[in-house]
Design a protein around this ligand. Structure first.
Ligand code: CAA
Length: 240
């Protein structure tokens, strides 16, 4: 059995592609999901990857869910904090609830996912943390003050974790996907989506598997000196 990898939001979209890529690379994968039981059951049936339901926005639920994963599969050496939501609205229309939901899931959710695993990684002197940020955390986005704040926050998290984890053999890195062909992007109004695609020099949306391959590299034993970095995969839409 290979190392155990936990992928939050791992049964749909980019997360599902990451779960599958890590399984193909020899990891024993646990895919967390929040609510869509049907999609999770279909994902397990199709891939053989175990799914675990909890809300990453809830610290106690995350701790209990992770304890269950470790009881079933063994210590988690690799964690991919991927779970995320959008509640897009121009700032003047954004409600405190839209702000809070996105902060709680996308930003506090990263804390809730990594924090319970951190002591074990320090003890075992090995760990791989990857956070799925976004091009919109790098450049901002009209209608996404909440989401962009969380995705920029992810980059602060990994740069700080990298400094704390390095002497324990733990790396923390981010992937910033551009616009990828997932349900989240398909939910953007068609006209807006068309104008976004027109602004991508590659002339197309990215594929979830293209993000998964970045993650597979970052979590590999070979990537031990890559720490605190960000891989941008956005079809040349934006350069940092
Ligand atoms: N730049 C400048 N102006 C814009 C704009 C933009 N990108 N988008 C909209 N506007 C303008 C509109 O033209 C409109 O102007 P007028 O009133 O003068 O006509 C004004 O802003 C208000 O627009 P709407 O009435 O359409 O506002 P709305 O309340 O219906 O919703 C929105 C606006 C929700 C932001 C919608 O435009 C939208 O969904 N945009 C897409 C946001 C986006 O890119 N989200 C990414 C989702 S995918 C993802 O998040 C994954 C990832 O990591 C990349």
């Amino acid at each position: 059995m290979g190392r155990v990898a936990l992928v939050t939001g791992g049964s749909r979209g980019i997360g599902a592609a990451i779960s599958q890529a890590l399984k193909a690379a020899g990891y024993t994968v646990a895919a967390n999901y929040a609510g869509n039981d049907e999609a999770a059951a279909a994902f397990t049936a199709e891939t053989g990857i175990k799914t675990y339901k909890w809300n990453v926005a809830d610290y106690e639920a995350s701790k209990a869910g992770i304890a269950q994963v470790e009881a079933d599969l063994g210590p988690v050496d690799v964690v991919v904090a991927n779970a995320g939501i959008t509640r897009d609205a121009p700032f003047h229309k954004m409600t405190p609830d839209q702000w809070k939901q996105v902060i709680d899931t996308n930003l506090t959710g990263v804390f809730n996912t990594v924090h319970p695993l951190w002591p074990g990684m320090r003890e075992r002197k090995f760990g791989r943390v990857v956070v799925i940020s976004s091009i919109n955390g790098q450049k901002g986005q009209f209608g996404q003050v909440n989401y962009a704040a969380t995705k920029a926050g992810d980059l602060g998290i990994i740069k700080s974790l990298a400094q704390e984890g390095a002497r324990f053999g733990i790396t923390a890195n981010a992937v910033c996907p551009g616009y990828i062909a997932t349900e989240m992007v398909m939910a953007v109004p068609e006209k807006v989506r068309e104008s976004i695609i027109a602004g991508i020099p590659a002339g197309r949306l990215g594929e979830p598997a293209e993000i998964a391959r970045c993650v597979a590299f970052l979590v590999s034993d070979d990537a031990g000196f890559v720490n605190g970095s960000t891989i941008s995969a956005n079809g040349a839409q934006f350069f940092v």
